[in-house]
Design a protein around this ligand. Structure first.
Ligand code: F42
Length: 148
């Protein structure tokens, strides 16, 4: 089920265009990172302050039906804004990897679990390793699993 409430598209044109194309075509188009050809997944979150629905494509990192949300932001010094949305409302996350979104619950990975998922993330998108080298912050990673 999509999240209830008002959807506020990203102020970044390339991001909101990709979300629009992905949703309009049920994930048949707009499902890769620009010219890189690597798959992306669409995540919706609940705005921590606004309560509005936010949507962001992120690289596809999947394992046993669970998905990672890697808050890399290209190795920028600050976490992406959606990181705070997921921290505030971990049970209001939807995952769309294909035609239909599903309801998920997110938790921030730590320790050994983080290390295992980080390895999967870098295998899916090697740039994550460069992003981690570029920044002093530890890049967070959420694991999203289906709600029962
Ligand atoms: N970003 C990543 O971090 N990791 C990826 O793997 C990744 C892959 C990717 C693939 C394709 C693509 O098109 C984009 C990709 N991105 C990836 C970019 C990603 O989709 C996000 O655009 C990026 O991470 C930046 O997220 P952001 O939430 O910081 O975006 C800013 C520009 C933004 O939307 N700001 C909004 C604004 O209006 O300024 C605020 C959005 C928001 O959620 N506000 C909250 C609210 O309450 O509504 C407040 C949150 C708070 O601070 O408490």
């Amino acid at each position: 089920m999509p999240l209830d409430g008002e959807y506020e598209p990203s102020p970044e044109k390339w991001v909101r265009d990709q979300v629009e194309l992905y949703e309009r075509t049920g994930g048949r188009e707009g499902n890769t990172l620009l010219d890189r050809g690597l798959p992306v997944v669409l995540f919706s979150t609940r705005g921590a302050k606004s309560g509005k629905v936010r949507k962001n494509p992120l690289m596809r990192v999947e394992h046993d039906g669970a998905y990672a949300m890697v808050a890399s932001q290209g190795g920028a010094p600050k976490h992406p804004t959606w990181y705070h949305n997921v921290k505030a409302h971990p049970d209001q996350v939807t995952v769309q990897d294909g035609p239909e979104p599903w309801d998920g619950v997110a938790r921030e990975a730590t320790g050994q679990e983080k290390a295992e998922w980080w390895e999967r993330a870098v295998a899916a998108f090697p740039d994550y390793a460069d992003y981690q080298r570029k920044t002093d912050r530890e890049i967070p990673l959420f694991i999203v699993e289906r709600k029962n």
